[in-house]
Design a protein around this ligand. Structure first.
Ligand code: NAD
Length: 427
């Protein structure tokens, strides 16, 4: 492997700068104390690790991984760990930054963190994946813990990997510590409703956005980019519980369109039996990802990766509402164009906060060793998501601004208050 393939260490990079611009727009509008603003602009702690894994053929491969804590003023850091061949410190720092605001916008007692390993997990055997996961978690063990920093699943990581993380931490520390990660299997301290949580949160805020726009959600059409955890649960819940018609979906293998709307459960079944991708599903017309983003639909849900909606694409977007299931799917240039076109964008830090909210429920249940049922989880999630949407919507009106800036204002006010009350150590 060439050194240039190991990762880019310049931080902040372009994504982090975009995130900082979002923050600065809100900070200016709310007249934030510059001392606090300067502190909140940067990650508090970043760890880059390089670690070896003995591959099945005996070769030793070196992997690069990251854990970043953006801010912990309101509580321990919280945020997922992703496995992706192109992840880098810029991306992970940006995601940690967004986690601070996401936790604050839904008023959870957490700061923001994120982690990642530069790897394509599809190229690893099960044994290699387990070894990589256990070694990575050992490398970042100094930063994580149930009162310090609590990771969770993100792109290409899942409950099985969370179980390995929890076991690794427990073996290294000498006691079983369920509360060190969330998104675990149900029989290992996981929570009911965690897998569906982000998609459910997306569906709840989509419904609130429809009310705000005077639209009837049971009559809307929806296009969803990304058919993984977030995209497929959002499709299922929007369709089954809200009556919306899912007319287009896509994933890394391409897109599909169906004028009469998809039978989402059938599509999920097909994906699960087809190596995790929707390509080849017979009851839909193949379309490109770009076509999906510019379809004439009521709601567009980008639920794949960052920078999906560029300025070029935004010019042709016809959706009235965008609900950001993914983190950072809309570029700054695109957002300007979309706001001018009066598209209501429910920003990532609010729209996909359902996942971290149920992760918070899981952590609370682990700490008290007392577990709630699914109805309880869904009711509590619904209450938090609708309340947060209405706080952000009211702030949008009060400051005469867009939804993202309003969400930042709500979040920054809470974090700034915590920083102010804690003071600067040592004085
Ligand atoms: P996932 O790995 O389960 O799914 C990702 C999906 O995106 C897959 O269907 C993949 O094929 C598709 N995809 C990848 N590249 C694509 C491309 N170029 N075009 C179209 N589709 C593409 O991941 P996930 O957990 O669903 O996460 C998706 C997004 O949501 C990420 O931005 C993640 O950070 C964010 N998010 C996830 C959660 C969660 O609880 N899982 C919570 C908050 C935010």
């Amino acid at each position: 492997m060439r050194l240039s393939e190991l990762g880019r260490l310049e931080a902040p990079g372009p994504l982090y700068r975009m995130a900082q611009h979002q923050f600065l727009r809100a900070a200016k509008l709310m007249d934030l104390d510059p001392n606090i603003g300067n502190f909140l602009l940067w990650p508090q702690k970043s760890l880059v690790v390089h670690f070896p894994v003995v591959m099945d053929d005996g070769r030793v491969e070196i992997f690069e991984g990251y854990r970043v804590q953006h801010n912990t003023a309101r509580g321990p850091a919280k945020g997922g760990i992703r496995y992706h061949p192109e992840t880098n410190l810029d991306e992970v720092s940006s995601l940690a930054f967004w986690m601070t605001w996401k936790c604050a916008v839904v008023n959870l007692p957490y700061g923001g963190g994120k982690g990642g390993v530069r790897v394509d997990p599809k190229k690893l055997s099960e044994k290699e994946l387990e070894k990589l996961s256990r070694r990575f978690f050992s490398e970042i063990q100094m930063m994580v813990g149930p009162t310090k920093d609590i990771p969770a699943p993100d792109v290409n990581t899942n409950a099985k990997i969370m179980a390995w993380f929890m076991d690794t931490y427990s073996m290294n520390s000498g006691n079983t510590t369920l509360g060190v990660v969330t998104g675990k299997p149900l029989d290992l301290g996981g929570s009911e409703g965690r897998p569906e949580a982000t998609g459910r949160g997306v569906s709840i805020v989509a419904s609130e956005a429809c009310k705000a726009k005077g639209m009837d959600i049971s009559k809307v059409t929806v296009a969803i980019q990304g058919f993984g955890n977030v995209g497929s649960y959002a499709a299922k819940i929007l369709h089954e519980e809200y009556g919306a018609k899912i007319v287009a979906v896509s994933d890394v293998s391409g897109g599909l369109y169906s004028e009469e709307g998809f039978d989402v459960n059938d599509l999920i079944r097909y994906r699960d039996e087809n190596g995790g991708v929707i390509k080849g599903y017979p009851k839909g017309k193949p379309i490109s990802n770009e076509e999906l983003l510019t379809l004439d639909v009521d709601i567009l849900v980008p639920a794949a990766l960052e920078n999906a909606i560029t300025g070029e694409i935004a010019k042709d977007v016809r959706a009235k509402i965008i609900v950001e299931g993914a983190n950072g799917p809309t570029t700054e240039e695109a957002e300007k164009i979309l706001i001018e076109k009066d598209v209501l964008i429910v920003p990532d830090i609010l729209a996909n906060a359902g996942g971290v909210t149920v992760s918070y429920f899981e952590w609370v249940q682990d700490l008290q060793s007392f577990f709630w049922d699914i109805d309880d989880i869904r009711k509590k999630l619904h209450k938090i998501m609708t309340k947060s949407f209405s706080e952000v919507y009211a702030t949008k009106g009060k400051y005469n601004t867009d939804m993202r800036t309003a969400a930042y204002i709500v979040a920054i006010s809470r974090v700034a208050e915590a920083v102010k009350k804690r003071g600067y150590f040592p004085m």
